[in-house]
Design a protein around this ligand. Structure first.
Ligand code: GUN
Length: 286
């Protein structure tokens, strides 16, 4: 079994990006700046945001962290996003999800200026992706594509099954795999016979959000498995949506949790921030 090592690729990507940022700044480009908005005190979100901020610093990207209480109103949050939209120093904006249940997540994401949408999640950017005219792609699925490419997994013509249809992972994942000429099936909680679809798969991306949901018996032999899930077990250890130890015996390649997709998400966030900074400064030639 080949391990799809997202930690290694993310380090390589971030190293290359650091060089590109330095070259960009040397040519007169502004230091890219990412604003990260964190609402409430969800412990997992706090950890993710701290990783993102640290990664920015290592790549030479400036970051601004905006923390708001979980009691913030929708209007206050929209006003905060608007201020960041108008701030000429800010090139990228990310609102960490999930948001408290009294807030309309889609409305907040769509308030972000599409040219500052570091997550690639607003309607305009998802629409461009669906139209085959990608501007910035959502970070997690884009990281998966780069991980597969790095390991020379052939996507063209492959049967790719995406398990999960979330706006943030499953749907854009399917669009990106289609862009790579895979034959794509999206399965979800209402799918009648998941097993039948998985039996035909060459590549499976699991983003079901259910701890250790799938095991060796669910996948054909020599399948490539990408596990997007991340959960903390009662014993404190992290696990994915897939029972890694089982599939390690029979799969062709598997992404581990942790150290697979997660680090790639961060690398792509930095990449998107750089891409948006360049789009906003067409006069500077990189
Ligand atoms: N929550 C979990 N993953 C993500 C992500 O990629 N972006 C944002 N904004 N929130 C998340």
């Amino acid at each position: 079994m080949e391990k799809l090592d997202g930690k290694a690729l993310s380090q390589e990507w971030r190293g290359g990006l650091k060089t590109r940022v330095e070259q960009w700044v040397a040519k007169g480009g502004p230091v890219p700046c990412l604003a990260v908005v964190l609402v409430g005190d969800d412990p997992a979100s706090q950890v993710y945001v701290s990783h993102k901020i640290k990664a920015c610093a290592q790549a030479g990207i400036r970051s601004i962290e905006e923390r708001l209480p979980g009691s913030v109103t929708q209007d206050e949050l929209l006003a905060k996003v608007n201020n960041l939209n108008r701030d000429p120093e800010v090139n990228g904006i990310l609102v960490q999800l999930p948001l408290p249940s009294h807030i309309d997540e889609a409305a907040v994401v769509d308030q972000i200026d599409p040219l500052k949408d570091a997550d690639g999640l607003c309607t305009e950017n998802l629409g461009l992706l669906a139209a085959g005219r990608m501007r910035v792609a959502p970070c997690t699925p884009h990281g998966v594509i780069h991980l597969l490419k790095k390991h020379q997994i052939e996507m063209a013509g492959a049967n790719a099954v995406v398990v999960g249809r979330s706006q943030i992972v499953g749907k854009p994942m399917a669009l990106l795999l289609l862009q790579e000429n895979a034959t794509v099936t999206i399965c979800h909680s209402k799918t009648k016979n998941l097993g039948q679809h998985l039996a035909q798969a060459d590549i499976v991306v699991v983003a079901a959000g259910r701890p250790e949901f799938l095991g060796a018996g669910d996948f054909p032999k020599n399948c490539v498995i990408v596990d997007v899930g991340i959960h903390r077990k009662d014993n404190g250890k992290l696990c994915g949506d897939v029972r890694f130890a089982e599939v390690a015996e029979t799969a062709r390649a598997v992404s581990p949790v942790p150290g697979g997709v997660g680090p790639m998400t961060i690398a792509m966030l930095l990449e998107n921030t750089m891409q948006l900074t360049m789009l906003q400064n067409p006069g500077v030639t990189p």
